[in-house]
Ligand binder design. Structure first.
Ligand code: GLU
Length: 277
């Protein structure tokens, strides 16, 4: 069945073999449908125009073709603000004035600080402050992020499920991620909010991405229910690792597509290296 899929890199470094695999996987999963590109470039301190140019060139060199133009998250801040506003109107988000340090100290202090599969969760310091204190601190211009009250959100939606093509049907457990940030102090959105809003805007029917983001999907499913967005299916795939079994990262310069090209490897060879020939 033809699907609409997407590859969503951040232009904050060179693409490596892991990205090549993810991009080829998404394009193949479209099965003759639509393959789209999204540039996750909201973190302006890390993203650079030259990385964007390079990644578009590398993907084309690999043999990928996508519908132009790519969706650029930095141009979609109004859509993210609107989504956050809807959640605020439902009474499901709260301002969080905590510094990273205050959060770390609280986690170290409290014996029973909640933990999820990806590490400690936000310990809820700002969830229970009074409405009056909240108003005063906001009026005083104190810097703040916005967090989702995950328990209140779950109560509103009831039980939810989602489908991973490899792992099967999943019961959504967004509480594994806790009260995630939906808008940061410096950017009016966050990964979780932007992904959900953009997958709907791009009419993605099958979300493919690395298995490292499997748990994030619990949260995405909840946000889709709250925002009344269409629900895609997911296919979380394996991660490409180096010879020591370590997941590829920016430090693996030798396995960047640039370096492989410079070393005269052909696109077919690179596809074969990740088992996508
Ligand atoms: N920019 C994210 C990544 O590179 C994409 C996440 C997603 O596909 O949802 O991991």
């Amino acid at each position: 069945m033809p699907e609409t899929t997407r590859f969503a890199p951040s232009p904050s470094g060179q693409l490596h073999l892991g990205h090549a695999y993810a991009a080829l996987f998404a394009a193949r999963a479209a099965q003759g449908g639509r393959f789209l590109l999204r540039l996750e470039d909201i973190d302006r301190s890390r993203c650079r125009a030259e990385f964007e140019t390079a990644l578009l060139e590398d993907l084309a060199w690999l043999g990928l073709r996508w519908e132009a133009p790519p969706l650029r998250q930095s141009e979609r801040l109004t859509a993210y603000r609107d989504a956050l506003e809807r959640l605020r109107a439902l009474g499901l988000v709260y301002p969080c004035f905590c510094t990273r340090r205050a959060i770390a100290e609280e986690i170290a202090r409290a014996d029973s600080a909640p933990h999820g599969p990806d590490g400690p969760l936000y310990p809820g310091l700002c969830r229970d402050i009074s409405e009056r204190e909240r108003r005063e601190r906001l009026a005083a211009g104190e810097s703040h992020a916005w967090r989702l009250d995950v328990e209140a959100a779950r109560r509103r939606c009831g039980p939810l499920t989602w489908l991973d093509l490899e792992a099967g049907e999943q019961v959504a457990q967004p509480e594994l991620l806790g009260d995630v940030v939906l808008a940061r102090k410096d950017v009016p959105t966050s990964y979780h909010l932007a992904v959900v809003v953009d997958d709907a805007a791009q009419e993605i029917t099958l979300v493919t991405r690395g298995v490292d983001l499997f748990h994030a999907t619990h949260m995405h499913r909840l946000l889709q229910a709250l925002l009344e967005l269409p629900v895609p299916r997911w296919h979380h795939h394996r991660l490409i690792t180096d010879a020591d079994g370590e997941r590829l990262a920016k430090r693996h310069n030798a396995l960047s597509l640039r370096a492989l090209r410079a070393a005269c490897h052909s696109p077919a060879e690179v596809r074969a290296m990740v088992g996508m020939d």
